[in-house]
Design a protein. Structure first.
Length: 287
């Protein structure tokens, strides 16, 4: 796949314009970050052969198709499927539309994931991104995608494809979680995975959700089949295993980085879970 990235100058960014474009040749991917003033508009009467993904970081954009209209606000991903005629523009005179975008041809294994995402109308996927952590991650992924595209070599193309795949997988994960887990359970899982090194406990987690400890514990166990603290231990040990495999960090440092204050306690828990001490596990993996 040939990958191209467009970066615009400040003068281009602030120019109100109308673009009539039927798109680049099939197989070409373009991506950029725009901050468009009111008056900017793109109209494609026959749609495109590729997919077009937007992430709105600020302001508001408006998508139109026939009599339908959708306003894309900050923290939202919008995806236009191939062949859908569309018209999108800034919608607020007083505020620019700040958005990342990417044209792409999906790999075949991405298509089932894209098809599972919710549609505002046929051909237009809309997802509100849950929580500041995931929004921040999407921005970071887009920035990596843009930075990796100055040299159009095979390595840079692969890095961009990996970044785009990460976006698709993050959307699919949020969709799957939303369809299967209580939002409160999702928040607990996010807290556990993002704060492995913190001394978390059930009362503290319950306070963050404005629920009683017993209620949070019941909801979590009912949804996942495990207690909160058992899940936290599993997440900590799983992260420690990856650090043992892919870094040379000392065992004690790894233990502290995943929330164990005692190296001895960490080693006991790791051996109980994986059947080997951390030192022997690392040795076996690298042999």
């Amino acid at each position: 796949m040939t990958i191209m990235v467009m970066r615009t100058s400040d003068s281009a960014i602030n120019r109100a314009d109308v673009v009539l474009d039927e798109g680049p040749p099939h197989g070409v991917l373009l991506a950029s970050h725009f901050n468009r003033d009111y008056g900017y508009q793109v109209r494609r009467t026959r749609g495109r052969e590729d997919w077009l993904l937007f992430y709105t970081a600020g302001g508001e954009g408006c998508f139109r198709y026939n009599e339908r209209q959708h306003l894309a606000r900050a923290g939202e991903v919008t995806i236009i499927a191939p062949g859908l005629p569309h018209n999108y523009s800034t919608s607020r005179p007083q505020e620019p539309w700040n958005f990342y975008w990417a044209h792409f041809i999906p790999r075949t294994d991405w298509l089932p994931l894209l098809k599972e995402l919710p549609e505002e109308w046929p051909g237009l996927i809309v997802m509100k991104i849950d929580g500041p952590a995931l929004n921040e991650r999407l921005v970071q992924v887009f920035e990596r995608l843009l930075k990796d595209n100055y040299l159009l070599t095979g390595i840079q193309e692969a890095l961009c494809a990996n970044a785009l795949e990460e976006i698709v997988l993050l959307l699919a994960r949020q969709r799957q979680q939303a369809s299967s887990l209580d939002v409160r359970v999702q928040k607990v899982l996010e807290m556990l995975s993002q704060q492995l090194a913190e001394p978390l406990n059930v009362p503290e987690i319950a306070r963050s959700l404005a629920l009683s400890p017993s209620r949070v514990a019941h909801l979590f166990k009912e949804a996942t089949g495990e207690s909160i603290m058992a899940t936290l231990l599993k997440l900590r040990l799983s992260q420690a295993r990856r650090l043992l495999e892919f870094t040379n960090r000392p065992v004690g440092e790894i233990a502290r980085s995943v929330g164990f204050q005692s190296s001895f306690h960490f080693s006991r828990q790791f051996k109980s879970f994986y059947g080997l001490s951390p030192q022997i596990y690392r040795k076996e993996i690298h042999n």
